[in-house]
Design a protein around this ligand. Structure first.
Ligand SMILES: [Fe+2]
Length: 430
């Protein structure tokens, strides 16, 4: 650990919030935002949203947060996704990037979201290899995030803490420690968060996530749509007693509260994470037993197990042996509802189209696109409207942009959805 208690080679980050298109102006202007994180799949590095550029140019660190590399797959990460993540880091001049300890694809199946890995040597081997290849392709350090589990894999070989520790030691990656996900693992699987903190190499923590969730049908759902619960703040205080917290970031994906409430949540995080000054306890760092690689046969078994699980979660296949079928049904339902929300969002008119419909009467009198103009005319109107919006000055915008629902469509909240990320210039000016 460095003298300031932060992860080696990384600067302290402070308090941050997840940048989302729906709250871009809020984030840009909210007091107490020291850094932000953006879902990498939501942006085009060649055409960054204005508010992200403004933050970057002000010197606010912007961290691209990947959600689709599927680092836990037995196959190498997709080259184009990796190039995109690297390009985001370059365009945003980021100090680091982050991704998840999870998989999203196996064989022909794509969950569209993060599925937990088994804590086994085979999974560690696959993950370690992919992480090393990603690190080699990135221009900045990589931090890896623990995910929120609803179910447990059978025949696991390690505790959560031992798995994460072994991963960090194999790859020299940093950790993005999601305390809300630790709380989820505790509530749903009985995993002790303090035991995890006792085992983790806390000196490798680059920053921390917190988020809200809710208890439904006896399971904790990490919704990112509720206030941060006391249990997660308690974990933040527990961490602050062990190390100087390098950074803490609030994740909020839907049901955005008023700006004043967001500001109050950030202030509470700052108070909890940094009130104690120097940590009072030394982190425990017991060394794990060395692990032996499982070889090609182990990787094939893992591939089959991952595929069987995704077949169950996404295609109505049977629950694989040893899993809790009820928990998998809940997970499958969660994935399906996310996809349905995202699909509705994808098939709705683009923001440019919605605004073109509003601008059309001003531009072309009575020829409204909703009354059936040709598609060529509609495209012309969209292009004209887009050009006009880009020429309008940024001055005079409302201090808090009315949520996207105010212009007719709520964001689907799905990570990786570009629906609103490409249209930043529109909504800033309407
Ligand atoms: Fe997170």
């Amino acid at each position: 650990m460095t003298s300031d208690g932060c992860a080696a080679n990384l600067s302290p980050l402070g308090v941050g919030i997840g940048w989302r298109p729906e709250i871009d102006l809020t984030v840009e202007r909210l007091p107490g935002v020291d850094f932000v994180e953006v879902i990498a799949e939501n942006i085009d590095p060649r055409r960054l949203p204005d508010s992200l550029k403004a933050l970057r140019d002000r010197g606010v660190p912007v961290i691209p947060h990947g959600v689709s590399l599927s680092l836990g797959s037995t196959r190498p990460p997709d080259g184009r996704r990796l190039e995109h993540l690297a390009a985001c880091a370059d365009a945003l001049q980021s100090p680091l990037v982050s991704e998840h300890i999870a998989y999203t694809r196996a064989g022909k199946f794509d969950a569209g979201h993060l599925v937990p890995l088994p804590r086994t040597t085979a999974a560690l081997d696959a993950l370690g290899e992919n992480v090393r290849s990603v690190q080699a392709a990135l221009p900045v350090p990589l931090a890896l995030e623990n995910v929120a589990p609803l179910f447990r894999w059978p025949h696991e070989e390690m505790t959560e803490g031992a798995f994460l520790r072994a991963l960090v030691e194999q790859t020299n990656a940093h950790l993005l420690l999601d305390l809300a996900n630790l709380h989820t693992a505790h509530a749903n699987l009985g995993i002790s968060p303090t035991e995890v903190l006792d085992t983790l190499p806390l000196e490798r923590v680059a920053y921390v996530h917190v988020a809200g969730g809710t208890l439904r049908d006896g399971l904790w759902r990490d919704t990112h749509a509720h206030p941060v619960p006391d249990s997660v703040l308690d974990l933040l205080a527990e961490l602050a007693a062990r190390i100087t917290v390098p950074g803490v970031l609030l994740e909020h994906d839907r049901n955005y509260p008023q700006d004043s409430q967001l500001a109050a949540e950030l202030a509470a995080l700052r108070h909890t994470a940094f009130r104690t000054g120097r940590p009072s306890r030394q982190p425990l760092t017991p060394r794990p037993k060395p692990l032996r690689p499982v070889g090609a046969a182990g990787q094939q078994d893992l591939q089959r197990e991952q595929e069987d699980l995704l077949r169950c979660l996404t295609a109505g296949g049977p629950a694989p042996a040893g899993f809790d079928a009820e928990r998998l049904a809940v997970q499958a339902q969660t994935l399906a509802s996310r996809k349905a929300r995202h699909s509705a969002c994808r098939h709705a008119p683009r923001p440019q189209e919605r605004n073109a419909r509003r601008l059309l009467p001003r531009l072309l009198g009575n020829h409204s696109p909703s009354s059936g103009p040709s598609s060529i005319l509609r495209q012309i109107v969209i292009l004209v409207g887009d050009s006009i919006s880009r020429l309008l000055p940024r001055r005079g915008r409302p201090s808090r942009f009315p949520r996207s629902g105010a212009i007719g469509l709520p964001g689907c909240g799905m990570r990786g959805c570009k629906k609103f990320g490409v249209s930043d210039s529109w909504k800033m000016r309407l």
